[in-house]
Design a protein around this ligand. Structure first.
Ligand SMILES: Cc1ncc(COP(=O)(O)O)c(C=O)c1O
Length: 477
């Protein structure tokens, strides 16, 4: 006889899997399952900040939890849900694909849908980019760009910015500008050097060393929501060309219309990147899809002969379902004018927040480019609020913005995030489909949170000091 655990896995006597019943049967067990099987420390974090909700339904910019409560999602799964969740058009197209019995991943062939998606992507580029490689994530796109740059230039060094984020695979981590992500995972790729964002002098000094394969940059830095100075990206690209290094534009988060243009780099004029990396919104939110676009000469260096025709590849690259999702995402982006909506709603939110700055001492600056929005806090003038500021920072350098993120969730059911480690920035990455009513929901909520935060001592601070003390005791253990 089989042991009980094995007999349960032996499927012949079992009814067919029914996802809806399975979900219903286990509703609310999320955190128990994750604590046991996936990531207990993440469960502790989510519980501590009150993000331990069990969502059961999603549509557009909204989520509903197991109790039927509605939430406004201004995090968008780190930017994946640019089109909102469960977009009906993307779903229709994907259902059509599934129902058609198309072949996928034959491999020793040239699939039609990836050819069509590549052409659609190229059409939307602001500059001439000729060849497309499809990936399953942003990090895989960055790895591709690193390999292409080294192969095309024959040089070893990679220049990236401090505070940069390009993913968490080993190559991408080698050009990550935040030590807290890197700790424990070294040694990294050699010849990776960090320079300050917005510093052309530092870039030229590195390029002059003559060993640089590429400079990789996010046109809006996701960690901290740092916006480039006017002309920085254009000049940086020209400097790279002058010194024979490639300019890699990492648009994984900022691309696909999020900033009010298809690529965020377009805000800086006629920039001519050698490589552009896309992912996130290209997926339509259903299946991972990323893309790397590059100039023909680079491609020819990498795939230089028939023997090298698959020298860079990935098993799941160009999967039919993923390609259909990419085509659907681009179609929806155009049809619903979502890029224009991102620009409009970004300004609406940004200006609404900016108008609050003079009223609230903790608010230092609001930065936005379309729907990438950062609200930076700073040290206040009044003595009592200064105590709150200093106490929080002494307990934990990443704690302060939680004073806004936690009540936004708790009281107003709005999902936001802190924009990285040791920054005083709350970040919004709303779906591009949000409307004025959603934006007002957020602005009214944020104003209320600011009013409460500016009462010290007060209940708004009790939760935070509790969390800070807990963080301190954990670190001491
Ligand atoms: C600019 C940028 N590049 C690369 C990545 C990595 O993408 P992924 O998480 O899909 O690997 C991210 C993810 O947030 C990103 O923001």
């Amino acid at each position: 006889m089989l042991p009980e655990s094995e007999s349960k896995l032996n499927g012949s006597s079992r009814p067919p899997l029914d996802i809806a019943s399975l979900v219903k049967q286990h509703a609310g067990e999320n955190y128990e399952l994750h604590a046991a099987h996936i990531n207990p420390s993440n469960v502790r974090t989510l519980k501590t900040i009150g993000f331990d909700r069990c969502y059961t339904r999603a549509e557009g910019p909204y989520l509903w939890d197991v109790k039927g409560e509605k939430y406004l999602d201004l995090l968008s799964g780190y930017g994946v849900f640019g089109l909102g969740r469960n977009h009906p058009e993307v779903r229709r197209i994907l259902k059509e694909f599934l129902d058609a019995d198309y072949p996928s991943l034959v491999k020793m062939e040239a699939p039609l849908l990836s050819g069509l998606l590549a052409a659609e992507l190229k059409r939307r580029m602001p500059n001439e980019l000729d060849m497309v490689f499809f990936t399953n994530s942003g990090a895989e796109g960055v790895e591709t760009a690193i390999k292409y740059a080294k192969c095309a230039t024959g040089k070893p060094a990679l220049i990236h910015c401090k505070k940069s984020f390009h993913g968490l695979s080993t190559g991408a981590l080698s050009i990550n500008g935040d030590e807290s992500f890197r700790e424990g995972f070294g040694p990294f790729l050699p010849d990776c050097r960090a320079i300050p964002f917005n510093d052309l002098g530092a870039l030229e000094a590195e390029l002059k060393k003559g060993d640089v394969a590429a400079f990789i940059v996010e046109p809006v830095q996701g960690k901290g929501v740092n916006i480039p100075a006017p002309g920085y990206l254009l000049e940086a690209q020209k400097l790279c060309r002058k010194h024979g290094a490639l300019f890699i534009d990492d648009e994984v988060q900022s691309g696909m219309g999020r900033t009010g243009k298809f690529l965020a780099i377009e805000h800086d004029g006629p920039v001519d990147p050698d490589i552009v990396v896309l992912a996130k919104t290209l997926s339509g939110g259903f299946v991972p899809v990323g893309a790397v676009l590059c100039k023909k000469w680079i491609h020819e260096k990498v795939f230089s002969s028939m023997q090298r025709s698959v020298v860079h590849s990935s098993t799941f690259s160009q999967g039919g379902f993923a390609m259909a999702a990419g085509l659907a995402a681009l179609d929806v982006l155009d049809r619903e004018n979502l890029i224009a909506n991102a620009a409009k709603m970004g300004d609406f939110i940004g200006q609404g927040l900016q108008a609050m700055v003079p009223r609230f001492e903790f608010m230092k600056e609001v930065r936005w480019r379309g729907l990438m929005v950062g609200i930076e806090f700073g040290s206040p003038k009044s003595i009592s609020l200064k105590i709150a500021w200093t106490t929080c920072h002494a307990l934990d350098k990443s704690l302060f913005p939680q004073a806004a993120v936690i009540p936004l969730m708790d009281k107003h059911h709005i999902i936001t995030q802190v924009a990285g480690h040791a920054v005083d920035v709350v970040k919004l990455l709303p779906p591009l489909v949000i409307n004025e009513a959603d934006a007002k929901w957020f602005l009214t909520a944020f104003e209320d949170v600011m009013v409460q935060m500016h009462k010290f001592p007060g209940p708004a601070w009790d939760v935070l000091t509790g969390i800070g003390k807990m963080a301190l005791t954990q670190r001491a253990r």
